[in-house]
Design a protein around this ligand. Sequence first.
Ligand code: SF4
Length: 419
Amino acid sequence: MNIEIIGTRPHFTFHWPMGIEEYSSVIEVTVPDSGYFQVSKLYIAYGYREAFGSLRRRILVFRNEGDVLAEFVGVDCWEQDKRVATFLRRDGSKQYLRPADSVPSRYKAFSVIHSRSVITGPYAPQCLAAVIAEADLPSLVAVAIAREQGETFRMAQTPPKVKSNTKDASMPPTTSHNRGRDIVQALLDYRSKQKTGGPFAKSKDADEFLRQNPFAFLMAASIDRGALAEAVWEIPFLLKKKLGHLNPQLLSQMSVDQLEEALRSLERKPRFPRQSARTMLSLSKLVFEQFHENVASIWQGREPLRVVQILERIWGIGPGIAHMIVRILIDEFGYNPGREGLSQIDVKPDIHVVRIFYRTGLILERSGSACVEAARQLYPKFPGVLDWPAWEIGRTWCHDHNPECVDCPLYSVCSRIGT
Ligand code: SF4
C-alpha cells in the first residue's frame, strides 16, 4: 500500500469515552481510498500501556477519535524485534477469529498466527492475530483498513432480518414479541402525529436558517452532544451573526482557538466549546476540500452506509450521530435512500432512547448496543425511525426521576421497569 507521511507530532492525548491516554508521538498519513475521496487521512499513534501483565507497546490507527480502525499491542519479545500484533475479529462481529478459523482473504498478505505464540500473560486471548513490524507503516495501515472492512461487512452485506417465533436475546423473558411489536407501534403512532420531528431550534429564525442551509444543519447535528438540544441547534445561526458568515472555506481557515473563542462568546454555547470547534473545523474542511461546498453531494446518490462512513470522518462524529443525521436528512431534506437503504439506518442510542427501551422492556440492560440491536430486530425495515419518538418521549415524560407515566403515550404498553 502506498502511503504518504504528511506530518508528525511529538505528544498526543487520545480521548476515549472512558478516559484519556497519552501517546509519545503521532504520525499523520494519507492513503489511497477506493471510495469517494482521492485520499483519506489516517493517524498512527505510538505509546505504551499495561496489558496482559506487563507494560507493552501500544499503537492506534484511527481516522478520528470516534473512529479507531485498529489497536496493536507489543509482542512478548518486543524489546528485541519491535513487532506488534492486532487481534482479528470475525466479519461483522466483536468475536475474535478462533485459531481453527480460516483466515479471511483480506488478511492473506500478512503474517497471521495464533496470538498465544507471541502474546502471553493474564487475560491474553486465544485467537488469530496479525503481527507486523511497528516501523512498517504501510502494513500497519493496511491491516487496520482490512479490519475496518471486516467490521462493517455484515451491515453492508446483509440487512437485519426479523426472527420469527424465537425469543430475542435482547429482550427480557417477560417481554413477548407481541409486546415488543405493541411498543414499536405505539412509538410509530406517536411519531405519525407529528408533521416532522418537530422544530430544530426554539427561535423561528434559527430554525428556518437550519432548514434552508444544509451546512448549518450538519454543523448543529455534529455538535449535538452533552447539552440541551435546543441550545445546540441555535448555535449555527448565532455563529453566523457573530462572524458575518457561515462559509465552509472561511471557517476552515480559522484556528481551533479562534473558533473556540467565538463559540464561548455566544449567548448559547455548546457544552464543550473546544471539542465543538474541532468538529466544526473538521466539517468545514470536509465540505470545502472534498465536496467543493456542495453539501448535499455528501448524501445525494449514495446509500446510507456510505453517507455514515463519510460523516464519521468528521472529528468527534461517531456512528450514533452519523445515523441520526442520515435519518433527519430523510425527514427534512428529501433524501431518499430507497427501501433497502432505510434498513441500514440505526437508532442513535442516547440516554433518553436507552432509558425508554429499557423501561418499556425492549432491552434487558441499559446498553447502547442492545438498543441498536433491538430496534433492528423489531423494525428491520427502518430501525432508525424509532429514534425520534423514543427520544422525545424520553425527555418529555420518562424522566430519570419521577417519570410521568400516566400522561406518557407509552403508558398502556410499557413494563415500567425500574420506576
Ligand atoms: S410509561 Fe412511564 S416508564 Fe414507561 S416510557 Fe412512559 S414514562 Fe417511561
